[in-house]
Ligand binder design. Structure first.
Ligand SMILES: Nc1ncnc2c1ncn2[C@@H]1O[C@H](COP(=O)(O)OP(=O)(O)OP(=O)(O)O)[C@@H](O)[C@H]1O
Length: 243
């Protein structure tokens, strides 16, 4: 479904060139929960950004269902980012002045014309509240990010990522800023979303324990994929019944 073909990427800053991706190939199947591991600086986030059209490769292609998405006109790319992909980051990227519901609503607010937004805002608000309930935050709807714990902020970010019913979730170290227990809860939640909603998930992580919640693990070294194996399954049981 999602394919990266011979991706190359070099960052240039003044005289310094950093070659990060070196002809990387990757295929992600529909409904898969894939983790990407590798040493710090091996290019995991860069790969995630290219797959999610947040950045463009120097050469190579990214395809979704066989169609190129790395060179779309900006309007089509914006739509794809808004409707097809959901993004989850290590530091949540919530807007500090907005409460949890309004943070979750941002993709709908951004993705519609003023008129459509005005006409449909009540339905969207209800959906945002339902999603927050599903991620276990029914009692935190009006809280602002500073009034939430790290795990709760990440749950809010996950609800936001789900708002537009994306086909693919791209998660960049979603547990990197959380303690073990909160991190495990987040991964369980992602596992449930993958299971129950069939959302494809690509997750960058440093945490090998968390890898065991996923279907497949690819390791990056030197800007290419060096290992591609089924993840060793351990004790991750889905917990939420119907996310
Ligand atoms: N915008 C940028 N400009 C210049 N260099 C960059 C930029 N983004 C990343 N790099 C460099 O590219 C390399 C790969 O970065 P990337 O964030 O993809 O690695 P990573 O595997 O995700 O690392 P980590 O696990 O530490 O997050 C790093 O050496 C980094 O310094």
């Amino acid at each position: 479904m999602l394919t990266a073909v011979k991706l190359e990427k070099t960052y240039r800053r003044h005289a310094v060139q950093v070659r990060v991706l070196n002809g990387l190939d990757l295929e992600v199947q529909t409904g898969e929960f894939l983790s990407i591991v590798g040493a710090s600086g091996s290019g995991k986030s860069t790969l995630l950004h290219l797959i999610g059209t947040l950045d463009t490769p120097d050469t190579g292609r990214v395809l979704l269902d066989g169609k190129r998405i790395d060179n779309l006109p900006s309007r089509d790319r914006d739509r794809l980012r808004n409707r097809t992909f959901g993004y989850i980051f290590q530091f949540y990227h919530l807007l500090p002045e907005l409460n949890a519901v309004d943070n979750v609503l941002m993709p709908a607010y951004i993705g519609h014309s003023v008129l459509t937004w005005w006409q449909t805002r009540r339905q969207w608000r209800r959906r945002a509240e339902e999603l927050l309930e599903l991620v276990g935050l029914k009692h935190r709807l009006k809280h602002r990010p500073r009034e939430l714990s790290g795990g709760e902020m990440q749950r809010t970010a996950i609800a936001r990522a789900l708002l537009m019913d994306p086909r693919v979730l791209l998660a960049d170290e979603p547990t990197g800023n959380l303690d073990t227990e909160a991190g495990s809860e987040i991964v369980r939640l992602l596992r449930d979303i993958n299971h129950n909603k069939g959302v494809t998930i690509v997750m960058v992580t440093h945490n090998m324990e968390i890898v065991s919640a996923t279907d497949r693990v690819v390791r990056m070294v030197g800007g290419v994929v060096t290992d591609d194996t089924p993840a060793p399954r351990q004790s991750f049981q889905p917990r939420l019944a119907a996310v």
